[in-house]
Design a protein around this ligand. Structure first.
Ligand code: N2P
Length: 350
């Protein structure tokens, strides 16, 4: 009898206690090798919010995930190519930012504020920026011609190469080789570019398409002599190469400069934590730490004085005026997007 009473009391006591709330979480969707793991770890230590990082390798994969695989209700924060921001808004896949919760936006270089693709930064804030170019092995290809011809002109091709599995970047390279804009909306120009990429794909020198850091990894592993890559991934490979054989070049016909943006998916489970993390990433110290890790250029003006002088003077990270004059900023192409998709599907499927 006594024992039963004791049990009742214990039961009653446990009923009164509310269960502890689950720890807050933040689900982040981002390109691979694009975030120093120490940054989310420090954020968790400071705020108690656990960060789960999921990675993707191409914009195509990211869009499919947000649009068709429930990603817009699964992730709290995504880092995406900024030229896709209007598309994501149009498809209602992202939500407006609450700027009042992101005071560190003041740290951004004014060049990256109020951009044409997202006036007033209603939906996005800059993350990192870089260029598209060629990573190559100088020991195997000494005196490589700094031209897209090494991919697109059979007479001038050298060594084996990897193409990049990123529609706008790879078609953009072919467009620049042909002397056209990487933002063209002209169907004839785009088709010619598509034919060049298809011919490159069919070349015996081709080692196929790789998304994200795949091309870089193949050059590092000696499975290809050159690859179309992004500047930061190239720089990481160059700095980690024990033999010092790797180099990066922006072809003389010109190339693309891109920037990535932080956005909050439309039905993010924890938009509060997303705002908190965006603000954290835009801190000056954290911004410097981020670019020291990614090897990409920082849009964070307050972070700049905290970056090593060698980085600020490194032409791979911050291209000199001569290279910059040949770079084209990647833009959204409106209606022509469908044409790009068509040409790209043709290239990939044949
Ligand atoms: C980093 C990927 C950079 C993103 N691995 C290119 N937009």
């Amino acid at each position: 009898m006594h024992l039963l009473c004791l049990l009742c009391l214990l039961l009653l006591a446990s009923c009164g206690k509310a269960p502890a709330p689950p720890p807050a979480e933040l689900n982040l969707y981002i390109w691979s090798e694009y975030l120093d793991p120490q940054i989310p770890a420090d954020f968790t230590a400071k705020t108690g919010v656990k960060v789960n990082v999921s990675m993707y390798e191409s914009s195509e994969e990211m869009l499919a995930k947000l649009q068709h695989a429930g990603g817009a209700g699964q992730y709290d924060l995504a880092v995406v190519s900024n030229m896709l921001v209007p598309t994501l808004v149009h498809l209602k896949l992202i939500q407006a930012l609450d700027q009042g919760r992101i005071p560190n936006r003041e740290n951004l270089d004014p060049l990256f504020l109020d951009p044409a693709y997202d006036q007033g930064n209603r939906h996005s804030l800059a993350y990192q920026w870089g260029t598209v170019g060629l990573l190559y092995n100088q020991a195997k290809l000494p005196d490589l011609e700094p031209s897209w011809a090494v991919l697109f002109d059979p007479a001038r091709q050298r060594g084996s190469f990897v193409l990049i599995d990123e529609m706008r970047d790879q078609l953009g390279a072919a467009l620049r080789f042909l002397g056209y804009s990487a933002n063209t909306t002209d169907p004839g120009e785009l088709r010619r570019a598509g034919q060049l990429v298809l011919a490159a794909k069919k070349s015996p020198r081709s080692r196929g398409f790789e998304g994200g850091v795949g091309g870089k990894s193949k050059v590092v592993a000696g499975l290809a002599d050159l690859a179309v890559v992004w500047s930061g991934d190239a720089l990481k490979a160059i700095e980690e190469d024990p033999k010092g054989e790797l180099a990066y070049v922006v072809p003389q016909e010109g190339s693309i400069v891109w920037a990535d943006a932080m956005v909050i998916p439309a039905r993010a489970p924890n938009p509060g934590a997303a705002h908190q993390f965006i603000n954290y990433l835009l801190d000056a110290q954290v911004g410097a730490q981020l670019s020291r890790y990614t090897r990409y250029a920082s849009p964070n003006q307050a972070a700049r004085p905290l970056l090593p002088k060698e980085d600020l003077e490194n032409p791979v990270l911050y291209p000199p005026a001569e290279v910059r004059s040949h770079l084209e900023y990647q833009r959204e192409v409106g209606e022509a997007a469908r044409l790009y998709d068509e040409v790209w599907t043709e290239v990939k499927s044949r």
